[in-house]
Write a protein that binds this ligand. Structure first.
Ligand SMILES: Nc1ncnc2c1ncn2[C@@H]1O[C@H](COP(=O)(O)OP(=O)(O)OP(=O)(O)O)[C@@H](O)[C@H]1O
Ligand SMILES: [Mg+2]
Ligand SMILES: [Zn+2]
Length: 564
């Protein structure tokens, strides 16, 4: 099997180490001046060059080149021996597997022997934070009085776990995450030399996914190129699971168009594909943050593929910065919300609902004045607990018959058509389910001039009218299903409790009712319910006999939509 690319491309010279100039410069100077210290601590994230730099020290201090300015030369026999992993005076210890005090004692005993080949014995102790306390104490003794021929380089990704007594005896260097553009540059160079065909956007995606670790970045490229085909953005997206990025963009689109149903759909698609909800929330926050930065004019600080950036720009042009701050905050809380532990999607759904419904209902909603809605004949919509019948009576007393235009799309029917026969308007996306309320039962004597189908046919106009008064209410109406119209009461079904509870306010129900009254010239009460989305399953709180008529309907795939 061929050598892993990241091993093949381990820097051999100081100048090949990227993104750590502050460390490299100091070490280079020390080598030149022959003032290399006896104990170094390299701290920083994984894959940023700690082991690489430690080996460069081993090479540089043992390099046979006469000019200290060009040590390591990478050509003398010592440099070559280090490169090939057979230089006897370079001792690499993985503290993760040699944590005991005996291991350190053994090291201490051997350290006094003079170097075999070179001038210095260099000990690299990787993952040094893994040592036991006793082992640290043993190491400390050695660090206090190292023999003049010994150099220690301790490396760690978790510097906070290193005892202060050890820290104080080392020259400490912090390794940084490598910036995306530097990673892209290195990957470009490397692909050219390795003859890998790759799109620049794919490299940016790889760089972003590797979160500053060059080893990860090179490994990802290696993995993507292993098929021998060109590495395109789309293959990179597919293989790296970055497709969720697309869902983030779609979610923000849904917020922009105030389409709650679509937004919920994005959330559920992301979670169904195995994305961790908090991770998804973080991705949304990261995206919105970039949109905000662009919105504030800081275009160049945003790291993204050209395609994503153009979407960000479009969003930045649409949202006001205050709005972006508000929405980002909502998803930021979702990212850290502990409630997600028991209901993974809840925090995200709440954030979405709040993002789309920004302001509390405007006070003038109570009495809309900007349209010709006939205030006189409207009534407060029936609360779900009140039998609709009683409200119908009240409102019909208030109805001013003259305001109705009987010749305009108004039909007189005695009973409703079953839901299956009614054509679904474009807004109703869910498939119609058999409703338990369609099970033959005694018809209530009722005369309505409007049918559910009339309401469906005019639903678009009704929503448009509502929009004039409240965009949030209209948004909620976009994501509900028109379930039934009985006893002059239109029942709106929502798939989640959150949306239902948002809709179920006096303002929202009244406004919708008024708009419907106005468009259809009829008396229409509105109420909201939560649909049981699991057809065939009875809600647990309803004591349903599985042999009875409702139970049988449920067993056949029916769905309870009206619990009153
Ligand atoms: N700063 C860098 N410049 C160039 N290449 C780098 C750099 N950092 C890492 N690499 C690449 O990543 C590989 C691994 O780097 P290295 O082993 O030095 O990382 P590390 O910081 O020791 O990581 P860990 O903490 O996981 O041990 C190298 O072989 C090299 O290909
Ligand atoms: Mg290392
Ligand atoms: Zn050399």
């Amino acid at each position: 099997m061929s050598q892993a690319l990241y091993r093949k491309w381990r820097p051999h010279l100081w100048d090949e180490v990227i993104g750590q100039d502050h460390v490299i410069q100091t070490l280079k100077n020390a080598v030149r001046a022959d003032r290399v210290g006896h104990a170094y601590l390299f701290a920083g994230p994984r894959g940023t060059g700690k082991t690489t730099t430690a080996r460069l020290i081993a090479k540089a201090v043992n390099c046979l080149n006469e000019d200290p300015n060009i040590r390591p030369c990478d050509q003398c026999k010592h440099c070559i021996a280090v490169n090939e992993g057979r230089f006897l005076d370079l001792i690499e210890i993985d503290a993760a597997s040699n944590t005991s005090v005996d291991d350190v004692r053994e090291l201490r005993d051997k350290i006094n022997f003079a170097p075999t080949e070179g001038k210095y014995k260099v000990y690299i102790i990787d993952e040094v934070h893994m040592l036991s306390t006793a082992a640290f104490n043993a190491l400390l003794k050695t660090l206090e009085e190292p023999p003049s021929h010994a150099i220690f380089v301790l490396a760690t990704t978790e510097v906070h776990k290193i005892p202060p007594t050890v820290l104080s005896r080392c020259q400490r260097h912090e390794f940084r995450r490598i910036p995306v553009k530097d990673i892209v540059g290195l990957l470009q160079d490397l692909s050219q030399k390795e003859n890998i065909q790759v799109e620049e956007d794919a490299l940016t995606l790889i760089a972003r996914q590797s979160t500053g670790s060059l080893r990860d970045a090179i490994s990802l490229l290696d993995q993507l190129a292993s098929s021998g085909n060109a590495v395109t953005l789309s293959t990179a997206q597919t293989i790296l699971g970055a497709a969720t990025n697309q869902l983030v963009i779609e979610l923000v689109n849904a917020i922009q168009t105030q389409n709650t149903a679509e937004g919920l759909n994005c959330i559920h698609r992301a979670l169904d594909s195995g994305t961790d909800p908090r991770q998804f929330a973080r991705q949304i926050v990261e995206y919105l943050r970039s949109v905000l930065l662009i919105n504030l004019g800081s275009w160049e600080t945003v790291d993204a593929t050209a395609e994503t950036k153009s979407r960000m720009e479009a969003h930045a042009g649409f949202f006001a910065s205050a709005e972006l701050v508000r929405i980002t905050n909502l998803f930021n809380s979702a990212a850290s919300d502990l409630r997600s532990a028991w209901q993974p999607s809840l925090s995200l759904e709440l954030a979405l609902a709040e993002a789309i419904e920004p302001q509390p209902a405007r006070p003038d909603l109570e009495v809309p004045q900007r349209s010709q809605i006939n205030i006189q004949r409207t009534a407060v919509a029936a609360p779900t607990t009140t039998p609709p019948q009683s409200d119908v009576q009240t409102t019909s007393q208030q109805t001013s018959r003259e305001a109705l235009q009987p010749d305009k799309a108004v039909h007189s029917v005695k009973k409703e058509k079953p839901v299956e026969e009614i054509q679904q308007p474009p807004a109703a996306q869910e498939t119609a389910a058999v409703q338990s309320s369609d099970i033959p039962q005694e018809e209530k004597e009722e005369v309505s001039t409007v049918t559910l189908s009339d309401i469906k046919n005019h639903w678009r106009e009704i929503r448009h009218l509502v929009r004039d008064y409240s965009i949030p209410t209209q948004t909620l109406l976009n994501s509900c299903k028109l379930l039934s119209f009985k006893n002059n009461t239109l029942t709106l079904g929502f798939t989640t409790d959150i949306l239902h509870s948002k809709m179920n306010t006096k303002e929202n129900l009244t406004l919708t009712s008024r708009a419907a009254n106005h468009i259809l010239n009829a008396e229409i009460q509105v109420r909201s319910v939560v649909m049981d989305t699991k057809a065939g399953k009875a809600p647990e709180d309803l004591n349903i006999d599985s042999e009875g008529i409702i139970g049988t309907a449920l067993n056949l795939g029916g769905q309870i939509v009206d619990r009153d």
